[in-house]
Write a protein that binds this ligand. Structure first.
Ligand code: ADP
Ligand code: NI
Length: 222
């Protein structure tokens, strides 16, 4: 695959994302691309395919395209066709993009190829840890959601339709997606990176509840 195709794709994606929607700005794509190439190198994947698919993985998100689940692979395929990429490259990238996104706790989205697994792992690593916390609250704020509501428990979604239509408080998203991700990674390299990011989210939640319940106040006695 020519390096020039990857460079032109980078310019195309930057232009498409512009200032970006919430959670999917160019810097998200760039982090996922760099993490994916790093994981791919450790795992022996086809790095050109990994980089190309990572660059295109969020080019059109269903959340901002009228719920169309396949908008991303369609836009990516059209772009690659316009660049005379081979049909097999277009097919592989489209397949990776269709499966990359989380679609609910009970929905299976395991990519068939190592390259797909690497891109999905990199995307998921960017949804956890400190950046994951920041992205979740940015998304919730954009949607006007509550931070937390003790009266609205999280729901494990067993269909993409149910996951898509959920509108619970942002803390619920941790239980519905973010805390589940570390056990759904495919590569040993990603699992290693996930360990400290996962722990950081657990500490964040513990501290959040301590503050919510006023348990971080210790009266000074005597
Ligand atoms: P990804 O780019 O990992 O596929 P998504 O497209 O599902 O992630 O979402 C983009 C970002 O917004 C992620 O960090 C994700 O966790 C966050 N997000 C998605 N849905 C919600 C939600 N209902 N509440 C809070 N954050 C959300
Ligand atoms: Ni993404």
């Amino acid at each position: 695959m020519p390096r020039a195709l990857i460079e032109r794709t980078e310019a195309f994606v930057r232009e498409q994302l512009g200032a970006g929607d919430v959670g999917h700005d160019w810097y998200h794509v760039d982090r996922v691309r760099r993490t994916a190439v790093m994981i791919g190198a450790a795992e022996g994947a086809d790095l050109a395919m990994v980089e190309l698919a990572a660059l295109l993985h969020d080019v059109a998100d269903w959340k901002f395209h009228g719920g169309d689940e396949f908008a991303g692979s369609r836009v990516a395929s059209e772009w690659l066709q316009s660049q005379d990429a081979s049909p097999s490259v277009i097919e592989q990238v489209a397949q990776i993009i269709d499966l990359v996104s989380f679609k609910g706790a009970g929905v299976e989205t395991r990519p068939a190829t190592l390259e797909g697994q690497v891109v999905q792992d990199a995307d998921r690593l960017d949804a956890i840890g400190a950046i994951g916390v920041a992205r979740a609250f940015a998304y919730g704020g954009h949607k006007g959601r509550l931070l937390y509501d003790p009266l609205t428990p999280p729901t494990p979604h067993d269909s993409f339709a149910a996951y898509k239509s959920s509108s619970g408080p942002t803390i619920n998203h941790f239980y519905e997606k973010l805390l589940l991700l570390k056990d759904r990674l495919h590569t040993a390299t990603a699992r290693q990176i996930a360990t400290s990011r996962h722990r950081y989210m657990e500490e964040f939640l513990a501290q959040f509840y301590r503050e919510w319940n006023g348990e971080d106040y210790r009266p000074v006695c005597g």
